[in-house]
Design a protein around this ligand. Structure first.
Ligand SMILES: *[C@@H]1O[C@H](CO)[C@@H](O)[C@H](O)[C@H]1NC(C)=O
Ligand SMILES: *[C@@H]1O[C@H](CO)[C@@H](O)[C@H](O)[C@H]1NC(C)=O
Ligand SMILES: *[C@@H]1O[C@H](CO)[C@@H](O)[C@H](O)[C@H]1NC(C)=O
Length: 316
């Protein structure tokens, strides 16, 4: 009953939203931040992932898109592509600075403009500049990553979000344009020792001076890649995803302190930021490529193979 009631309330609120927006096209609610991952308990309706595409026409890709992210990576659907070269990470060999933000939805780090980090090679045809490092994590160890591996989640996922600096002036322009975004994604696992970069990030230094390459981009030689979308509204389908085949580690303690981060101001009811993940989206006609030689027969993927005849499937 509670579920039915909640759904009913949501529909009523949604209808109200439409009426309000029809009467008054630019309401303060229909702004780019008006969305959530979870239901808000305190009565006000904020659209959760299943509603993102319905509440704002600029976000309709979230509902009707055909190349959405995240996805469940089924290893039996991967195509082995030995021509996928290692990703090139270029930091200029310097230590980087950045600023940490608690956006209420994510913990994120924005590198400062003085020290640029860019990536190229691998599946990328252009050079992409690092714009943001974003953390997704769960309230329990069994989930928290946006991508799944054979239906299995990880405690968290670090997303290094880059924009195409060859074609576009900035992130906002790139995000809505072809080949605009490249996201390097790394699963977070728990262990006794933690990754040096995350250590700094989770110690909540406002300014972090770290060496990106060895600390953050772990081993970018082996990865899984596919074409998808950004995982928050407006869900533009402009992202090349690169899921690195090596996790990074945080300690149980650090995971715990992440889960204590609040979505809202301290004087409000505590709403944990954890489980800030969009549910997985259908793969549909897309291919998942990898340069991991898992010596297993890949699924036939005619569309892409026609475009790139040099690919081959393992037939052993
Ligand atoms: C990529 O970064 C390196 C080091 O910061 C820099 O030397 C190089 O010019 C950058 N490439 C582009 C295309 O901006
Ligand atoms: C991004 O670049 C476009 C095109 O050059 C420009 O119109 C826009 O104001 C820029 N946006 C930001 C946030 O800098
Ligand atoms: C992939 O692995 C198989 C079995 O280990 C091996 O025979 C094959 O040569 C490998 N292919 C490439 C391109 O490395």
């Amino acid at each position: 009953y509670e579920k039915v009631w909640n759904l009913f309330l949501k529909i009523i609120l949604l209808i109200q939203t439409f009426f309000v927006s029809a009467a008054q096209p630019i309401t303060s609610k229909l702004d780019e931040g008006w969305w959530a991952y979870k239901d808000v308990v305190q009565g006000s309706f904020v659209p959760v992932p299943s509603f993102w595409g319905l509440v704002n026409s600029a976000w309709n890709l979230c509902a009707i898109g055909k190349r959405q992210s995240p996805i469940d990576i089924e290893t039996s659907h991967m195509i082995f592509d030995p021509y996928l070269t290692p990703l090139k990470v270029n930091t200029g060999g310097r230590k980087m600075g950045g600023t940490m933000y608690n956006t209420g939805k994510h913990v994120s780090l924005r590198p400062d403009k003085a020290h640029l980090v860019n990536i190229s090679g691998g599946p990328l045809g252009y050079s992409y500049r690092l714009e943001e490092v974003r953390l997704h994590f769960g309230s329990e160890d069994a989930h928290g990553s946006e991508h799944l591996l054979n239906g299995q989640g990880f405690p968290g996922e670090v997303q290094l979000i880059h924009y195409n600096q060859d074609l576009y002036a900035n992130y906002s322009e790139a995000a809505k344009s072809p080949h605009g975004i490249a996201v390097v994604s790394i699963f977070i696992k728990l262990s006794e020792n933690s990754n040096a970069f995350l250590n700094r990030m989770l110690n909540r230094d406002t300014i972090t001076r770290i060496n990106y390459k060895p600390d953050l981009y772990p081993d970018t030689t082996r990865y899984i890649t596919y074409e998808g979308s950004i995982t928050i509204p407006p869900c533009y389908e402009t992202s090349t995803w690169i899921l690195v085949n090596k996790p990074i580690y945080v300690t149980q303690m650090q995971m715990h302190s992440l889960r204590l981060l609040s979505q809202n101001e301290p004087y409000k009811i505590f709403l944990s930021m954890s489980d800030n993940t969009r549910p997985t989206q259908p793969l549909l006609q897309r291919c998942i490529r990898t340069n991991i030689n898992f010596s297993k027969q890949g699924r036939d993927c005619p569309n892409n193979r026609a475009l790139r005849p040099q690919w081959f499937r393992l037939t052993t």
